[in-house]
Ligand binder design. Structure first.
Ligand code: NAD
Length: 296
């Protein structure tokens, strides 16, 4: 039987590290780290995420600042708010919840965030620094994926890793981080030929696609570590929705370890967001320019 990687337990360990940073900053006389979350419009899923983030801040002793703006907010008004948050000392991290309404240019908004406060790690400066190996804030879900893999196997240098998916928010940065760990990385996607055969060579398989149970048992090498990033909502009986990952969980019991959905990658994302915010605050407090998260 494959080991089930308990994402909630690993997230709790990360929370503990975050709390230690918060407590040491406060003990030194600094304000607690502050996270500003900006939500434009009333997307129900985004409302839920923002609620979770605010609650997690309370739990770990971070300050949170919610900015809820109307769907009709202009790009100029949003950019002005980001400018203010960039200048406010009590704000160490800024998160703009996506998707944004169609009349707002998402890339322009994300690039307006001070890279030192870009705790989502999506600003091109952070993408570039992480890719060049010169520091930078690492994006939350990909950093969480690597932490889960390393909870099973500390030294993954030299292992063959296959990533399914090449999105800017998951697939590509996961590949970048695994390359930095010394893995030999293959990035696959919707145009990849012989996907199953490529996956079957992987010591580490990361699925970030958004297709329920795409990865079947015979795609997985015995003894592989399998990380399932996918979150797929399916209609269950009696109108009850069910969450499925990108991996057919029951078929991959010959793997060494596998993440469940839910309870695998999901809990890591918010934990990493708060960790990035606490790290940014630590760097600001030490007079640096913020956001170096290379120490995990
Ligand atoms: P995306 O739609 O931006 O990218 C999907 C990728 O999968 C693309 O690169 C595409 O080429 C590839 N793909 C599509 N069909 C394929 C196929 N049949 N074979 C091989 N590759 C295929 O999605 P995303 O934002 O990267 O998210 C991927 C999944 O991860 C989604 O289910 C999303 O909900 C989930 N997700 C989870 C978390 C979390 O916190 N757990 C965070 C972000 C995303």
């Amino acid at each position: 039987m494959a080991e089930i990687i308990d994402g909630r337990a690993v997230a709790r360990e990360l929370d503990q590290q975050t709390q230690e940073i918060v407590q040491s900053l406060v003990a030194e006389g600094h304000a607690p780290p502050g996270l500003a979350v900006v939500l434009v419009g009333n997307d129900p899923a985004s409302e839920i995420y923002v609620g979770h983030k605010t609650k997690a801040c309370e739990r770990l002793g971070l300050a949170s600042f919610e900015h809820r703006l109307a769907e009709t907010t202009s790009e100029g008004a949003l950019l002005a708010l980001i400018g203010e948050l960039n200048d406010r000392d009590e704000v160490d991290g800024i998160l703009v919840q996506v998707p944004l309404p169609d009349h707002i240019d998402e890339a322009r908004v994300l690039e307006a965030i001070d890279p030192a406060k870009d705790v989502d790690g999506f600003h091109p400066v952070n993408v570039g620094r992480v890719s060049a190996g010169t520091g930078g804030i690492r994006p939350c879900t990909p950093a969480g994926v690597v932490m889960l893999i390393k909870s099973v196997e500390r030294d993954i240098a030299g292992l063959d890793a296959v990533v399914i998916g090449r999105s800017n928010i998951v697939g590509k940065p996961v590949a970048t981080l695994l390359l930095a760990e010394g893995c030999t990385v293959t990035v696959t996607h919707s145009k990849t030929r012989d996907l199953a055969a490529k996956c079957a060579r992987a010591d580490i398989l990361v699925a970030a696609v958004g297709k329920p149970e795409l990865v079947r048992g015979d795609w997985v090498k015995p003894g592989a570590i399998v990380i399932d990033v996918g979150i797929n909502r399916t209609q269950g009986g009696e109108g009850k929705g069910r969450l499925l990952g990108d991996v057919a969980f029951d078929e991959v019991q010959h793997a060494r370890a596998v993440t469940p959905v839910p309870g695998g990658v999901g809990p890591m994302t918010i934990a990493m967001l708060l960790h990035n915010t606490a790290q940014a605050a630590r760097t600001f407090a030490s007079g640096g320019e913020g956001g170096m998260t290379q120490d995990q």
